[in-house]
Design a protein around this ligand. Sequence first.
Ligand code: ADP
Ligand code: ZN
Ligand code: ZN
Length: 756
Amino acid sequence: MKQTFLRVAVPIRVYGTFDYRCDGSRIIPVGSRVVVPFGARTIVGIVVQHVDTPAVALENLVSVTSAVDTEPIFPADLLKTLRWVSEHYHQPYGEILWSALPANLRGKRPQQPKFGHVTAFHVTETGKKADLSSLSRAPVQNAIMDLLKAKEQPVPKEIIQSEIGRSWRSALKSLEAKNWIASRTVAKPPILASPRSIHTLTADQQNARDQIFNHLSHYRSFLIHGVTGSGKTEVYLRVIDEILKAGGQALMLVPEIGLTPQLKQHLESALGAPVSSYHSGLTNSQRHRTWWDAKTGEAKVVIGTRSGVFLPFRRLAVIVMDEEHDSSFKQHLGVSYHARSVAVHRAAVNKIPLLCGTATPSLETVFAVRNNRVQNLSLPQRVTAAKMPTVRLIDLNHATTIEGVAVSLVRKIKERISRNEQSLMFINRRGYAPVVLCIDCKWTVKCENCDANLIFHAADQQLHCHHCLQRISMIRSCPQCTSERIQLLSVGTQRIEQALRNNIPGARILRIDRDTARSYEEFERKLNEIHDGRADILIGTQMLSKGHHFPNVTLVGVLNVDQGFFSMDFRALEYMVQQVLQVAGRAGRAEKPGEVYIQTLYPEREVFACVRQHDYMAFAEMELENRMEAEQPPFFHYSLLRANSPKEGKEIEFLAQAHACAVRLMKSHRFKEIQVFDIVQSPIRTISNRHRAQLLCGSSLPSKLRQFLNEWMMQLEQIPKKGDLRWRLDVDPISFIWCTSAHETQNSTIGAQSAW
Ligand code: ADP
Ligand code: ZN
Ligand code: ZN
């Protein structure tokens, strides 16, 4: 009789799989967890294949210790997608599989979670009669009352927690103390549903809906391109509704945890169906629950952040990706993947449509539209009466400024304060790379060896080249025109806050950035202050440009776009334009249209013409031409090898060996299309006392690059790791700089690599 062997992927950082014998009468199915001996220990792995001929000699084969699952933990379609993720991103298969599971299942626990009895809350008779306006200073309590009143059945504690956010517990206690709400124990979270509301679609929405409905039963990607308020969500809803009627499940991916509670409520009431969520703000058991409900088909609609793309749906019938351009879809910690690329692949495997919606599509998506891989459905107008704000430039060559803010802008802010309206000063810190510039002749400090700007590092007060490691001390006057008006092209939020405080005495200023809003709770509190009109001026970074709408903000100042022209990050300009348009879309409403002012030293640049006309596509087409000429993505494909070590120099040593391997491979003539760049220290040189460096390679031929990486990775595996050295390959990196924001600290997958 022919024997079948099990190929098992194990959750450690090794490339490759291991073969085992399977004793007993039953062959353990592919996609199941098994306990296997591994060296001196036993670990839990996943059966990924049945094979007739094992990769090692029969006498060296050991047997699986035991099976964990009674049915596969990974359905076949998902396994196929994960295999692709592992191959495309050159990440160990076992590690990918493990990170696709909720934390509770990365071990031997049963798939089905134990649902004990849960505590659920309802509004009491006293609460029903209570005057809610007395809660105007207690927004969290108010939100809980709204939530409980909207539901017919008692609402479980976990749901209150996930919908309300982090100060839910104390707010619940206060409400209980007032006897406005009470709790009781229920057997299982009840299905929560509310009645559905229906709009008559606009012609553009109808067209988008019709196009998508023609492709519900096979793979097709759509871009739904429309500004905030153009009715994108309404189109998603129609599609999801149709899919639910046919018994399918829907996945909606969103960039930020913070956006899920509002959206969940909105979807629930619009669809009249329960919506589950999956993101890092939930507890392990909440995530486990959603995972299980997706697998059994109980969860019809799931809203999730990027890792939601790995949920084991029973009958996934559509994937919606909202704000598809957002860089938080890219996972940085541990195994790196881009949820959009995974979603494209998954939709293709499952033969279902993928809807990507945004006002400012990524250049990858625009490129895919150009190549007919994605169908563009545009919603050019707002359905609401709100007008798009007017965008104007402030030419810094001629304007008088105080600490980086134009005097004319300060005047505008004062006008708003006198009208009781709010102003938002936006500072772009993405790709933060302070370039040194002479204000008078526009000379910038360049590296002598490379065609690159030197970057100012605050830590040692020196100018660094990020390509060749050269450093020089900071210059005081311009070598070209002798001017001493030398400026760093970057303005910090703190400096702006100070300048505005000095110049607009008495103004209520609220600064929102990573330093002042460390937790989601703090961020929410600040948002509430804005909505309650307790601030005149908001100063913020990209945290403010996402998803939130500020109707009383009628003036937006964009203070430091120019570094977008200098960043070493090739996506800097794309991000800059996306952010400016996104932040512009946050402001104003029908009766109070917004005005946006952009301060710049380069008013003649073409991008500003596009921005002023809100013509994102014109910008995108133009920028694609630039990328093509400069041989950058999406025309060129990069991979970045990062290494770090607590012992300075070990990271460079490793990369030097890696570089030598790469050069050898290139010399073998099979890989002459590959370019390998020099080793550089990472722009952020040390993180948690680990010294970091990186090595970039790339090619215009993605298949060649993949072959090259395959061979290269196998060689790198062989290099002995000295002194707690760690390395990772980042395929299709979105940035060569890389920072995390407070809201992107999604749970890292596997502990050992958490320093990434
Ligand atoms: P987006 O997702 O593009 O920001 P939404 O779909 O959320 O836009 O729509 C913005 C607002 O307009 C929402 O309040 C929505 O209920 C409303 N809306 C959407 N489509 C229509 C329509 N066809 N008729 C009336 N109101 C609509
Ligand atoms: Zn000069
Ligand atoms: Zn240099």
